[in-house]
Design a protein around this ligand. Structure first.
Ligand code: B12
Ligand code: SF4
Length: 460
C-alpha cells in the first residue's frame, strides 16, 4: 500500500529547531516499511529540505550544535488568542511549497491510499488540522489518519481535525493493532515495542543533526508529566542503536546527534554506559561528532563512571532536571530529585571536566504551588554553581494529576481552547499561577544570571 507520512507545521508565538525530528512517525515508519508498504515523507519542519533552500534562495544556517531557526510566516491570530499580545506564526515549509510537493508526488505516480499525519504538542493542533485540510483538497480519496501526542492526549478535541481515523493509542503494539484493524496490514510477530530505530532513509539529503531515542517512557510518575501513561518503559539494545547511529551519521554527514530520552540513566550499567562505550569505540569524537542530551537527566541516577564516559563520548549538552528547589514540592510532585541529588550530580559533571557552557539546570516556572521567590533562589543557586539556569514554563497536560488539580476535571473548561495551554502564553488565560508580571521578572532575571555566568563566570 502507498502511504504518505506528514510531519506538519508548528503554529506558535515562537519556535526554534532544537534538534526536532518526528521520531514517533519515523519509528512507526520502520514497522510499515518492514510490513511491505511503500512510503514517502513530507517533513514540514525539515530546514534542510532542498526545495525549501531553493525557494528561499539562500543557504541554511545552523548554530555550532546543529540547532537553528525555522522559516516562518506571520498568520492571522485565531479569535481564541485575541487577548494575547503576540504575533502568531506558522513555522516550517511555505504553504505553496507544501502544496507543490503533494502535486509532485501524484505526478511521479505516488498516489497515496492513506496519509498519516503526526502531532506533537497539544497546543500545536492547528498544524495537523491545516495539513489534513490541504491534503484532502489536493489528494481527494486518500484516507487521512491522525496520530501522535495531541491525538493521544486530547482524544475528544482531535475529532475536529477532519481526519477519517484518529489513532488514540501511543504504545507501538496498540498502534499496530489499530492499523491492522483499519486495513493496513502489519507483519506479524516482529519485535513490537523495543525497536526504536527511526527510518531515516525517508530523507535524502545532508542535515545538521539526527535524533534518537535509546529508551521510551519513564518509571517515575511525576504529577505534571504524561510520559508514564503514554509509553511503557522500554530500552533499545545498545549494539543495535550504536550501529544505527554510526550508519546514519555517515549517510547524512551529520556532526550532531541528540538523544530525546526521558529517562536515559535508568539501568545505566547495562544501557547508557554501554551505548557510550560503543560510541567511544566507534571513534565518535575523532570524527567530530557531538552528542546532545536536551531532555533533563535524573540527577539521582548519575554516577561518576557515566559522567566520565559522557566526557569521552564528546557529549556537549547536558541538562540536569532540577525543576523546583522546594523540598515539599519535589516530594509531592513525584520525588525524582532532591537538592542533594542535584548538587552531587553537578559536582560529578564538573569533576569529569564539563564546563559552564555544557551543563544547564532545568528550572520549572509556574508549577502548581510554586512561588516566585523560590524560582529566583533556584537561579541564585545556579549562579553559585556557575551553571546555566534554563527555564521551562509549566503547561498543564491533559491526563495528568496536576491538570485535574488545576481544572478540577480531566477536560478543559468550556471556552478554554487548547491553544491557550501553550506554556509561553498560559498566564494570559490562567490566573491561579504566577502573574504575567512575575513571569516577566523571572525571565529578565534569567537573562541577567545567564549573562553574568557567560561573561564573568569561572569554572570550578
Ligand atoms: C522528545 C520530546 C520533546 C522534544 C521534541 C518534541 C518534538 N516536537 O518532537 C523537546 C525536547 C524539544 C520537547 C520540548 C518540550 N516538551 Co516534550 N516531549 C518529548 C517526549 C519525551 C518524546 C516525544 C517522542 O518522541 N515520543 C516517542 C514517540 C514514539 O511517541 P509518539 O510521537 O507519540 O509516536 C507514537 C504514536 O503516537 C504513534 N504515532 C505517531 N504519529 C502518528 C501518526 C499516525 C497517523 C498514527 C496512526 C500513529 C502515530 O507512533 C508512535 C508509536 O509508539 C514526550 C514524551 C513522550 N513519551 O511522548 C514529551 C512531551 C511531548 N513534551 C511535553 C512537554 C510539556 C514539553 C515542553 C512544553 C516542556 C516544557 N515545559 O518546556 C517543551 C516545549 C516544546 C515546545 N514548545 O517547543 C509533554 C506534552 C505537552 C503537551 N501539552 O502536548 C510530553 C508528553 C512530556 C510530558 N512532560 O508529559 N519535548
Ligand atoms: S521523571 Fe521526568 S519523564 Fe519521568 S515522570 Fe517525572 S517528569 Fe516525566
Amino acid at each position: 500500500m502507498k502511504i504518505l507520512l506528514i510531519n506538519p507545521w508548528i503554529y506558535d508565538v515562537a519556535s526554534f529547531d532544537y534538534w526536532l525530528k518526528p521520531l514517533g512517525l519515523l519509528i512507526l515508519a520502520r514497522k510499515l516499511h518492514e510490513s511491505g508498504h511503500e512510503l514517502q515523507l513530507i517533513d514540514c519542519l525539515d530546514r534542510y529540505d532542498p526545495d525549501l533552500i531553493q525557494y528561499i534562495g539562500k543557504p541554511i544556517k545552523s548554530k555550532w550544535n546543529g540547532t537553528g531557526k525555522f522559516y516562518s510566516e506571520k498568520v492571522k491570530k485565531p479569535p481564541q488568542m485575541s487577548h494575547i499580545p503576540r504575533y502568531f506564526k506558522r513555522y516550517g515549509l511555505p504553504k505553496p511549497l507544501f502544496e507543490q510537493k503533494l502535486k509532485d508526488l501524484i505526478e511521479s505516480g505516488f498516489k497515496p491510499e492513506c496519509t498519516f499525519v503526526t502531532s506533537a504538542m497539544t497546543y500545536w493542533y492547528p498544524g495537523p488540522f491545516e495539513a489534513i485540510k490541504t491534503v484532502k483538497r489536493i489528494i481527494p480519496g486518500t484516507k487521512m489518519f491522525l496520530g501522535g501526542n495531541y491525538a493521544n492526549l486530547m482524544m475528544g478535541h482531535s475529532k475536529r481535525s477532519g481526519a477519517d481515523f484518529v489513532c488514540k493509542k501511543s504504545k507501538m503494539s496498540e498502534v499496530l493493532d489499530f492499523l491492522n484493524s483499519h486495513g493496513i496490514s502489519i507483519k506479524e510477530n516482529f519485535q513490537k515495542e523495543s525497536d526504536l530505530i527511526p527510518l531515516y532513509e525517508l530523507y535524502n539529503h545532508p542535515m545538521s543533526h539526527l535524533v534518537f531515542l535509546s529508551s521510551l517512557g519513564c518509571p517515575y510518575k511525576c504529577t505534571y508529566c504524561a510520559t508514564p501513561f503514554l509509553q511503557d518503559f522500554v530500552q533499545e539494545e545498545p549494539a543495535r542503536l550504536v550501529e544505527a547511529i554510526d550508519r546514519y551519521a555517515t549517510m547524512f554527514k551529520v556532526k550532531n546527534i541528540a538523544f530525546f530520552d526521558d529517562a536515559i540513566l535508568i539501568n545505566h550499567q547495562k544501557h547508557f554506559d554501554q551505548i557510550l562505550h560503543k560510541m567511544i569505540d566507534s571513534g565518535i569524537k575523532q570524527r567530530g561528532i557531538m552528542v546532545h542530551i536536551p531532555n533533563g537527566i535524573h540527577a539521582k541516577l548519575l554516577k561518576k563512571s557515566t559522567a566520565e564516559l559522557m566526557m569521552q563520548a564528546n557529549v556537549k549538552t547536558i541538562k540536569v532536571a532540577l525543576e523546583t528547589i522546594d523540598p515539599k514540592l519535589q516530594a509531592s510532585t513525584g520525588g525524582k530529585v532532591t537538592n542533594e541529588d542535584f548538587y552531587r550530580a553537578i559536582s560529578l559533571l564538573k569533576e569529569a571536566g564539563f564546563t559552564k557552557d555544557e551543563i544547564a539546570a532545568f528550572i520549572m516556572i509556574n508549577l502548581p504551588g510554586q512561588g516566585f521567590k523560590e524560582v529566583i533562589e533556584a537561579h541564585d543557586i545556579c549562579r553559585d554553581l556557575n551553571i546555566l539556569p534554563e527555564i521551562n514554563e509549566y503547561t498543564p497536560i491533559p491526563g495528568t494529576i496536576d491538570f485535574q488539580r488545576i481544572f478540577g476535571d480531566n477536560q478543559l473548561p468550556v471556552g478554554f481552547d487548547p491553544l491557550l495551554l501553550n506554556n509561553t502564553i498560559l498566564s494570559f488565560s490562567w490566573d491561579k499561577g504566577l502573574t504575567i508580571e512575575e513571569i516577566e521578572l523571572i525571565k529578565n532575571y534569567n537573562k541577567k544570571v545567564i549573562s553574568e555566568i557567560k561573561n564573568g563566570g569561572f569554572d570550578r
